[in-house]
Ligand binder design. Structure first.
Ligand code: FUB
Length: 465
């Protein structure tokens, strides 16, 4: 049977389903991932886009592959709000309303598009179905009329309730690629382990000017099935000195606590970035601003932007902070992990460096890695050096991850590296332009194996889909 009830899916995929009094599944939490949306009052008809417009159309196992593909969406994090949802087509477009008609378009990243393409799930007319309320017109819902999809004002009638309810069915065109590891637009992935479990901390992407404001956490035991732990820090309510540019989180642990390093812009339009640190008793937050002020102030050190923090902790427990765009800096952190001696900060910028420093250690050898070129360039890529201490000196070893145009993979960078607990198996998490329709502000996260030669050099990673 193809139809998957919302409750069962939610429990399977996110564990977030809520059973309402009376036994109906709450539609508050939808499972993210590939689905097809079937009308509740026209069984066998599914939401499908054709010629840019969204409609309700009969789809069956005998339908053409293109019809099945056009009748499949990926449910992703809401472009305008993490508690709601957006629906991405197999072509990388998003379902959105314009003039109250539902259609599909590429994400421009501006606030209007994001709002038009975000829908909040509420219970549908029958158990296991959902209705999709507009984020920016909350009194309107997606409904079919003459088999076209419209954003109509809610009417208290059985007919409206049925016309605006959909079942989340198994996808007509299942995903064939493994990536992205998390549905939707998440980038700058910091992949790490705590207590034998993988944790992934990304930037939320899809905003013009990278103007996102919050961070989510995800965790997994196998790097394939991920639990979404929701928003763990939101600049708006949680950080007094930053309200935009929530970029490139990195999490470290010490003293039984977890420390989230992040960058933020001081005010809309202000291009000065600063680094902050937030603390929590749990790797999944919630985190609170540890200092109530930046850890690194904008302009505190001449040259470069204060973004892209990363913390490496050596075997002796000493932690080091690395950061910077344009200029790479490094410093020993104090044992509290929220302070350092500014006089000890040193510049460690390698040739070719742009941003996203990352340090790890394997078999006594230290690796300093970074991203080259601009994140909007298809040539965004990762290079590295090796050294005998966390602060160098470093020997440049060249590029280990770059675009793979014959597979449609572009802009591979801002990575992190993790070792599978208890093994010598290593993975690199990185972002790329979303496949197929992405660009420098519509990017997604993926993971590949990373292997070493006998002398410790990293074999070039061939990006897989
Ligand atoms: O995601 C926002 C910014 O883009 C990051 O801080 C940079 O590293 C680049 O990926």
């Amino acid at each position: 049977m193809r139809i998957l009830p919302v409750l069962a899916l939610s429990t399977l995929v996110t564990g977030l389903a809520v059973v309402l009094p009376g036994g109906a599944a709450s539609a508050a939490a939808l499972p993210t991932g590939a689905r097809s949306l079937e009308s509740v009052n026209h069984s066998g008809r599914f939401v499908r886009h054709a010629g840019g417009l969204a409609q309700l159309e009969a789809v069956s196992s005998g339908s053409a592959a293109q019809v099945k593909r056009d009748a499949t969406v990926t449910v992703v994090n809401g472009l305008a709000a993490p508690g709601c949802y957006s629906f991405q087509t197999r072509d990388g477009l998003f379902l959105r309303h314009r003039d109250f008609r539902l259609r599909v378009d590429a994400n421009t990243g501006d606030a209007t598009f994001r709002a038009d393409a975000t829908f909040c799930a509420v219970d549908g007319a029958e158990a296991g179905s959902v209705a999709l309320a507009s984020y920016n017109y909350p009194g309107r819902r997606i409904r079919h009329r003459d088999f076209a999809l419209w954003l109509d004002t809610v009417q208290d009638t059985a007919a409206f309730r049925a016309d605006s309810s959909f079942r989340l069915a198994a996808p007509w065109a299942p995903k064939t690629a493994k990536g992205p590891v998390i549905p939707g637009l998440f980038v700058d992935p910091h992949l790490t382990t705590f207590g034998g479990r993988y944790y992934l901390y990304p930037t939320t992407d899809g905003y013009a000017g990278w103007s996102g404001t919050y961070y989510k956490a995800f965790s997994s035991t196998d790097l394939v099935n991920w639990t979404d732990h929701g928003v763990i820090l939101d600049h708006g309510p949680d950080v007094s000195w930053a309200d935009n540019s929530a970029w490139a989180p990195a999490v470290a642990t010490a003293n039984g606590r977890y420390y989230l390093y992040f960058s933020g812009g001081a005010a809309s339009g202000d291009t000065t970035k600063q680094l902050g640190v937030a603390v929590s008793d749990s790797p999944t937050g919630p985190f609170r601003d540890a200092l109530g002020r930046p850890l690194v102030r904008g302009g505190q050190f001449a040259g470069g932007q204060a973004i892209d923090p990363m913390v490496f902790t050596d075997d002796n427990g000493q932690s080091y902070l690395y950061w910077g765009q344009g200029v790479a800096r490094a410093v020993r952190l104090n044992a509290d992990l929220v302070s350092f001696d500014a006089a000890q900060v040193r510049v460690v910028t390698p040739a070719g460096y742009n941003e996203a420093p990352f340090v790890f250690k394997r078999g006594g050898l230290y690796y300093l890695m970074w991203s080259e070129n601009d994140t909007r360039s298809e040539d965004y890529r990762v290079a590295y050096a090796t050294g005998s201490s966390p602060l160098g000196p470093w020997t440049n070893r060249g590029v280990m991850l770059r675009k793979r145009l014959n597979a449609g993979v572009k802009g591979t960078g801002h990575h992190s590296v993790v070792r599978a607990p208890g093994t010598d198996t290593w993975y690199v998490a990185y972002h790329r332009f979303a496949v197929p329709a992405g660009n420098g502000t519509n990017r997604e996260t993926t993971i590949d194996r990373m292997e070493f030669d006998a002398d410790g050099t990293i074999r070039p990673v061939v990006p897989t889909l």
